[in-house]
Write a protein that binds this ligand. Structure first.
Ligand code: ADP
Length: 278
């Protein structure tokens, strides 16, 4: 007999008891929806979307996990002012996530000596770390897990998608409006197709700039990557976010804009995106 949260005995299950696959299966039994935030391109706002999405769910009263699998460039600790968090180990030998209300957070950044430390790992170590972040963390029961993936279609997004795949898992794809971004982000959409991972939709970030002096809205970058990709791949465009200094300020100061600037038009635009994902 096992203590599997599925309630099944090992005889009823095709997985070998105690194997990594079995541990992942058991961990996912207590995790509800899974959102993997990804993009083919760096610097487009993935971490910003992941952090604010997870916090939005938590502010709705949901139990939420935020897992930062950007092994080489974790931004989540800074964005949530958790740089000094050092995880302890539970009685069951599992890592205790940082907690902000009903939001539980895990990042490789918690394990680094300093924010300047570099992780010099090849694929197998990264794959093993991401496996452990799913199975060896006290996530408890979660309504949703939001994963912040690094850019591209390498080991980290591949591992996260393979581990979390299933009918409860969806990708949230982030792009900026430029065609250069569209070219790279299209690869992420193809990647999702190949892995048979549902795509919840696309967020076009930095769509326009709204002048804080006169309020005039300007499309600084050539526009349209979000719409073009949504149409080409037959997935929803979840919404657009402007370039707004409050987003950068919230990220830099560790106080996400959806909380600190909750009454702003940008927070309202983000809330509409969250509505489509709830
Ligand atoms: P990624 O995770 O794709 O590398 P980040 O979310 O880390 O991108 O964003 C990169 C930088 O751009 C951060 O400083 C962030 O605060 C800032 N940023 C992201 N989106 C916006 C926006 N719409 N307006 C202003 N700054 C933004």
């Amino acid at each position: 007999m096992s203590n599997c949260p599925s309630g099944k005995s090992c005889d009823e299950c095709r997985l070998e008891h105690g194997s990594q696959e079995c541990k992942v299966h058991a961990a996912l039994e207590t995790i509800g929806r899974r959102y993997i935030v990804m993009s083919g391109k760096g610097g487009v706002g993935k971490s910003t979307v992941a952090v604010n999405l997870a916090l939005s769910f938590a502010l709705q009263g949901k139990k939420v996990g935020l897992l930062d699998v950007d092994i080489h460039g974790p931004s989540v600790p800074k964005m949530l002012k958790l740089e000094s968090y050092r995880p302890e180990v539970s009685g069951a030998g599992k890592m205790l996530p940082a907690e902000i209300g009903s939001l539980k957070v895990v990042s490789i950044g918690f394990l680094l000596e300093s924010p300047d430390s570099a992780v010099v790992w090849r694929g197998p170590m990264k794959i093993s770390a991401i496996n452990q972040f799913i199975t060896d963390v006290e996530w408890g029961t979660l309504d949703a897990l939001v994963v912040d993936a690094p850019p591209g279609t390498g080991d980290e997004p591949l591992t996260a998608c393979q581990l979390l795949a299933g009918e409860n898992a969806e990708a949230v794809i982030v792009t900026t409006p430029q065609q250069i971004s569209a070219t790279d982000v299209a690869k992420s959409l193809t990647f999702c197709r190949e892995l048979k991972l549902n795509v919840a939709g696309i967020v076009e970030n930095m769509s326009t700039f709204v002048c804080p002096c006169c309020g005039k809205e300007t499309a600084i970058f050539s526009s349209g990557a979000g719409e073009e990709l949504a149409e080409r791949f037959g997935v929803p465009l979840l919404g657009k976010l402007p370039i707004d200094p409050i987003i950068c300020q919230g990220g830099d100061e560790g106080t996400p804009f959806i909380r600190r600037f909750a009454a702003s038009p940008t927070a309202a635009a983000f809330a509409k995106i969250v509505e489509k994902l709830s």
